[in-house]
Design a protein around this ligand. Sequence first.
Ligand code: PGA
Length: 244
Amino acid sequence: MKYLFGNWKMYLDYKQSVELANSLVQENFENENVELAVFPTALAMKDVTDILQGHFQTGSQDAGHPSKGAYTGMISAEMFKEVGCTYALAGHSERRHIFGETNKDVRAKIESYLDAGLKPVICIGETEQDKDNDKARYRLSKQILRAFEGLDFEDGQILVAYEPVWAIGTGNACLPADAVDRIVFIKSEIAKYSKISVPVLYGGSVNNDNVLSYLTLETIDGILIGSASTKLPEFTNIIKSVLK
Ligand code: PGA
């Protein structure tokens, strides 16, 4: 099984998200070996999930970790589950670097997603500075330690996305061979904490031209696409080329 996920971030508003979902469903992608999912804005989650039912799964881009109560402005994992979500991103680089989410916050989210029955997609990746200072492996191993040490989960419940911060939205994608190298490392680090094998996706400047150079490699279990998944022709072409 390979995974092809589209993170719509805050690129699309409610109306645009619903329009894109309606167009995608009309494509009627035939697919058995690839799990397709999109991560729309929370505002459009219920409608997009309903429209895409039976074709794509949906996931939330983030969720608060308390499940209910006096938490102004938050939406809980349980609330996303209630409207039909399957997945939820935990610790996307933009959450970590723009909103200051720590490894501790990410861990709390992972646990709350699992409690709610959502599958966490744990996003990890080194910054440019880490890379330049030869600290990429250190950064990844720390993020993995905090996410997985003592975590109780079952087979099929968790995915990881390797998204080097320097590759996200920059057009400077990680070379496929380097992504493989990192993903092999990530899998071996996760194996320190769990016997369960966790699929690891690559994300960062993936587009129609380079998607197959990752997805045809055995070690890379899937792709998390940002901006290219928000444009109908490009996302459609990517999906068609992957499903071929
Ligand atoms: P990008 O984003 O494809 O626009 O680089 C990837 C991501 O943030 O998941």
